[in-house]
Design a protein around this ligand. Structure first.
Ligand SMILES: [Cu+2]
Length: 160
């Protein structure tokens, strides 16, 4: 039943050499608490910097491109997370995320007012985009995978 002689010292050494020396070591250099007090010197440089964090609230930039987002159902249902989208007239990118949990390929397509354009069909985890130039009016967005639109993967895109 031999116990390690000074387990506490070992532990303390592992934690902090300085503390271990002070606690276990020979009391050779005691009282050397060098408290110069010079630490108060450079204290004035703690001025709070006002970082101008411009929030991402600037979609009203040019009269150009805009992006509208939607997501396919993450549980595998044949639907999007919305049946209505709105966009400003001009160049519009409809971006559809196909969650990895959907288990199905999906895509995004837009039709109406003489427009009929399909984005790529992407596997779960992918993103399909459809970029169009749209005039004001009402369009239909849908999933171009056979059977999906009829099952409910569609909605109305209103362009103003
Ligand atoms: Cu689909």
């Amino acid at each position: 039943m031999l116990r390690p002689t000074r387990p506490l010292c070992a532990a303390a050494l592992a934690a902090s050499a300085a503390l271990a020396l002070a606690a276990c070591g020979s009391s050779s250099s005691s009282g050397t608490s060098s408290s110069g007090g010079s630490a108060a010197g450079g204290y004035g440089s703690a001025a709070p910097k006002t970082t101008t964090t411009t929030a991402a609230a600037a979609p009203a930039a040019a009269s150009g491109a805009s992006t509208v987002n939607l997501t396919a159902d993450p549980g595998g249902a044949l639907k999007f997370n919305t049946t209505t989208l709105t966009a400003k007239a001009g160049k519009v990118t409809v971006l559809m995320k196909n969650p990895s949990g959907s288990g199905l390929p999906h895509g995004i397509a837009v039709t109406g007012n003489g427009v009929d354009k399909d984005g790529a069909t992407v596997q779960p985890g992918g993103t399909s985009t459809d970029t169009l130039t749209l005039k004001p009016g009402t369009y239909t967005f849908y999933c171009p995978v056979p059977g999906h639109k009829a099952a409910g993967m569609k909605g109305t895109l209103t362009v103003t």
